[in-house]
Design a protein around this ligand. Structure first.
Ligand code: SAJ
Length: 415
């Protein structure tokens, strides 16, 4: 099947690189976003997020006329939904952005179109998309009504790219594609094969939804194991980085790295979608979430104990992002830790985050943003919260005579 025009709803960390990937294959892409600022930035050939290589791709796509952004839905042959699926305060998935995108697409749908949900979603969400579309377009037929002969095809194809490596992984990774019918999955595969070089593996929509949640829960559970080990090791006076390195010499053991907690908008969120769907059964998955969510509090406790040895300590917190070498502060355990330290007035807090220009609002009044050299000169206590490249190359002699809390093993690993 030939797709002349593709429309992508949500021009964020996933939608924008995906738009650029299609445009790079000389497919006309209409990007739709609710933010006028995002639309204007992209139409100038610029980007509003930090992701290696993406700026060049978007610039080329826009200047060559293959990518255009707008706030309003326009007709296309395929629609991709890549909007956020956050969770509410009670850890329940919030599908309101997906519903809004579906209802925006409905009026411009025509017979033969494909709609793909890319957003990470609870099991059953793709069926809901099809329902919302069907409610708004009674003149068209949908897979849940007539099966294979439907006018509109609906599928789920979860994104699986790693922030920081999106441009590469988008093309190289395998894609799991789940259709509401087999034909829906096949048509979606035709679409993704425009740029995906990895394998496109077909299944049903519910399995594809659960597959994405499973991948991130696997990681969450394994990071929780590492985090729990780090607390046990500290109690028993064992160096956890050495411990894991040695245990991993076993051919069937592969322990992940402990840290200050799990951040980002995926691994700290997706397991809750499983817990919400099967609360009685998802015991280990829930406990892993609790262990990881508790880790920032544990780190604050460690810094507090160290700070109690000083009168009015200068505490340098290295890193705010949710992981190394990105600018993404969402759900970042480092932010949680710095906020908590600031609220306790433990001393003067310096923050170094090489990937941002200004502090987030929650911190702006309470801490000072500075560079690594300045922080290391002035600090009594150095708390390494993110293992950014810049921090991994710190000359360890600069840490002599300072109290160090290294939550990532960055000052240990390579030396
Ligand atoms: N982390 C640790 N220890 C580790 C590995 C990670 O503490 O050994 C922490 C990181 O510091 C970070 C968090 O976990 O705070 C998550 O980082 P990550 O690099 O593991 O994953 P994300 O959230 O950047 O991206 C994940 C990826 N999923 C998997 O690797 C299974 C990515 O492929 C998904 O596309 C993405 O979630 C997503 O969108 O769901």
């Amino acid at each position: 099947m030939k797709f002349e025009t593709i429309s992508i709803f949500g021009l964020g960390y996933i939608g924008l690189p995906t738009a650029a990937a299609f445009a790079g294959r000389k497919t006309k892409v209409i990007g739709v976003d609710v933010s006028q600022q995002v639309v204007d930035t992209i139409n100038r050939g610029e980007i509003h997020i930090v992701e290696p290589e993406l700026d060049l791709l978007v610039n080329a796509a826009v200047t060559q006329g293959f990518l255009r952004a707008t706030r309003d839905a326009e007709p296309a042959d395929a629609f991709l939904i890549a909007v956020p699926t956050p969770f509410t305060d009670g850890n329940r998935p919030d599908l309101s952005y997906v519903e809004a995108a579906s209802r925006a697409i409905a009026p411009v749908l025509k017979k033969g179109d494909l709609v793909v949900l890319e957003s990470t979603s609870p099991v059953g969400a793709t069926e809901k998309v099809a329902q919302w579309l069907a409610e708004d377009r009674p003149d068209l037929s949908f897979p849940q009504q007539v099966g294979e002969s439907s006018d509109i095809r609906v599928a789920h194809c979860p994104e699986r790219v790693l922030p920081g490596k999106v441009v590469h992984e988008l093309v190289q990774n395998d894609r799991v594609i789940g259709g509401l019918t087999r034909r829906c999955a096949e048509v979606a595969r035709d679409l993704y094969q425009t740029f995906v070089q990895g394998e496109c593996i077909l299944t049903d929509a519910r399995t594809a939804e659960m597959c994405k949640l499973t991948e991130n829960s696997f990681r969450d559970v394994n990071i929780a194991f590492a985090n729990e080990l780090s607390m046990i090791a500290e109690k028993l006076d064992i160096n956890v980085w050495d411990l894991i390195r040695l245990a991993n010499r076993h051919p069937r053991v592969s322990i992940l790295q402990p840290g200050p907690g799990v951040g980002g908008h995926c691994i700290a969120v997706d397991p809750w979608f499983i817990v919400d769907s099967a609360p009685e059964e998802a015991r280990l998955i829930r406990t892993a979430r609790v262990v990881n969510d508790d880790k920032p509090r544990y780190v604050v406790g460690r810094i507090q104990r160290v700070a109690s040895r000083f009168k009015e300590p200068v505490i340098a917190c290295l890193g705010l992002a949710f992981k190394a070498d990105i600018d993404d502060l969402r759900e970042s355990p480092a932010i949680e830790i710095v906020e908590e330290l600031a609220s306790q007035s433990l001393g003067h807090i310096l923050v170094v985050e090489p990937n941002i220009g200004e502090l987030p609002q929650s911190l702006a009044q309470h801490v000072e943003l500075c560079d690594t050299a300045d922080a290391l000169n002035r600090a009594d206590i150095v708390a390494l919260l993110v293992d950014h490249r810049e921090f991994r190359s710190i000359d360890l002699r600069k840490l002599h005579e300072k109290a160090v809390v290294d939550t990532r093993g960055a000052f240990h690993a390579a030396r």
